[in-house]
Design a protein around this ligand. Structure first.
Ligand code: 5GP
Length: 134
């Protein structure tokens, strides 16, 4: 059975898309720690644990995440983009990219932002526009 993230990558479940290529997909986290909090996933490889990925998928995912992070940094005011891998909830490898202004921005225990659909759309578009220009 396909994971929820495979269904997002295929468009079966809607998401706020930030970037994509043939193998990888980036979209906004629905419960963001900060504006621009993005998840980066392999489209077809449903491996749960990132360090169990085959080498090509692991390397490709990291390179894709780096490019997405560059777009986030241009689109969202922040000191830098933080990286986290948890996988406590969804068993399909994903990298969290979180715009950081302070250490506490990467505290997964804190209350998540509640954004309106128009805000998600605006943020996703601003990152996607920067990604397209890289
Ligand atoms: P983790 O597995 O890394 O512990 O957490 C999963 C992350 O995926 C959480 O930050 C959660 O908000 C996000 N998430 C879970 N389901 C969905 C979904 O259906 N859509 C989106 N955009 N994000 C999701």
């Amino acid at each position: 059975m396909a994971t929820i993230f495979s269904k997002i990558a295929s468009g079966e479940i809607p998401s706020y898309k930030v970037a994509e290529n043939e193998d990888f997909y980036a979209f906004l986290d629905i419960n963001p720690l900060a504006e621009g909090h993005t998840l980066v996933i392999p489209r077809k490889v449903e491996t749960d644990y990132i360090f169990d990925l085959d080498e090509d998928t692991y390397a490709g995912l990291c390179l894709f995440a780096r490019k997405v992070a560059a777009a986030i940094r241009e689109a969202v005011p922040c000191k830098r983009v933080g990286v986290a891998v948890l996988g406590m909830e969804v068993p399909h490898t994903h990298i969290h990219l979180v715009p950081l202004n302070s250490e506490s921005d990467l505290d997964f225990r804190k209350k998540k932002l509640e954004l309106a659909p128009e805000e998600f759309e605006r943020i996703a578009k601003s990152i996607a526009d920067k990604y397209a220009g890289l």
